[in-house]
Design a binder for this molecule. Structure first.
Ligand SMILES: Cc1cc2nc3c(=O)[nH]c(=O)nc-3n(C[C@H](O)[C@H](O)[C@H](O)COP(=O)(O)O)c2cc1C
Length: 322
């Protein structure tokens, strides 16, 4: 009988031909204080990513980089809307790869104040072009892949949302924009250049999140990162979804764990995973493939070696995960 190999937080993981040295990912986090108003990469920002790579994380997802000048979240967000951004972004890809850390770049459009209902079809066609052009630039920079930002009520999350997307044109098919973008950029991807997508696992319900995950898997996405979407305002609970009382971690992590049951591609869970035991609980029980550790990694860039010590202690003493 073939034995199933046991995995832990420090077991390698492959996505196509890209090898992650462990199961921990740095999620995208805009570092506004390290970026100028012009949106160009600074030396301080490169140093920060180098520090994280040296800390031994399995994969880095570079913060949301904006595909259009009028799609920024804030003035000092990194841009990728023209070729002049390539030089700075290339430096980040290089320092990560020098330290054998695969790195994806997150591509983002914040959307507009008036929300998705009033954006013209022509404008959405233009944004699609801007995404496609930015995909090409991202590849030139030397990243190992791209993560589309489809969560947190930004443009693509609004399109995916049953609550917000009441359009009657082609974009009224909630997945049209995403499917079309994947179709139009398929030729860029291969075993060494992967496509991930961050989705809202509640758009507004978990069933909607599962639907989105299955659809994007069919379209050819290699990796799903489950975060939060647009919650239903009529839902009064703090947690924004119905979750079993005994689930011991954050409700957004729960969305990732549930979505994992419905797809065959790797899934990353995120939100308030701070301790080794929390991360190991998810990995050793095969609940997800990868865990993202964000704020805890900012305060402790050497989170991995700290977690390893905790892991060894826990194993030696028979301690519990949580
Ligand atoms: C300072 C900061 C910046 C963030 N920037 C982004 C971003 O650029 N793109 C994104 O998808 N999420 C962003 N997030 C959300 C994080 O990726 C992550 O989902 C969130 O912090 C929860 O994980 P944590 O509890 O491990 O920090 C940001 C969060 C923080 C705290």
């Amino acid at each position: 009988m073939k034995m199933k190999k046991e995995v832990n937080l420090f077991t390698e993981f492959n996505i196509k031909k890209i090898t992650l040295k462990n199961r921990v990912v740095l999620p995208p986090m805009v570092r506004f204080s390290l970026v100028g108003k012009d949106g160009y990469v600074t030396d301080k920002l490169v140093d920060w990513y180098e520090k994280i790579a040296l800390g031994g994380v399995g994969m880095i997802i570079l913060e949301a980089c904006c595909v259009a000048k009028d799609g920024k979240l804030r003035e000092n967000q990194i841009g990728i809307w023209d070729d002049s951004f390539i030089e700075g972004l290339t430096k980040i890809a290089k320092v990560c790869k020098k330290n054998k850390t695969p790195v994806l770049i997150q591509l983002h459009h914040a959307g507009f104040k008036e929300k998705i209902a009033t954006v013209s079809e022509k404008k959405l066609d233009e944004i699609m072009e801007e995404f496609v052009d930015s995909f090409h630039r991202a590849k030139k920079c030397g990243f190992d892949g791209i993560e589309i930002h489809g969560a947190h009520t930004y443009l693509i999350s609004q399109l995916h949302s049953k609550l917000w997307n009441k359009r009657t044109d082609k974009y009224g098919d909630r997945l049209y924009f995403t499917r079309e973008l994947i179709k139009r950029t398929k030729n860029l991807f291969n075993d060494n250049f992967i496509l991930g997508m961050r989705i809202g696992g509640n758009e507004p319900t978990l069933e909607d999140g599962i639907y989105i995950a299955k659809e994007i898997e069919k379209s050819g996405i290699d990796l799903i990162h489950v975060s939060s979407g647009t919650p239903d305002p009529s839902f009064k609970q703090d947690k924004k979804i119905d979750m079993p009382m005994d689930f011991p971690l954050d409700w957004v992590v729960y969305l990732g764990v549930e979505i994992k049951k419905h797809v065959d591609i790797p899934v990353i869970a995120v939100r308030s995973i701070k301790k080794e035991g929390e991360a190991s609980y998810l990995i050793e029980n095969n609940m997800v493939d990868l865990v993202a550790v964000g704020r805890a990694m900012i305060s402790r860039p050497h989170w991995i070696s700290w977690a390893k010590k905790k892991y060894i202690f826990r194993k030696n003493t028979g301690g519990k995960f949580l």
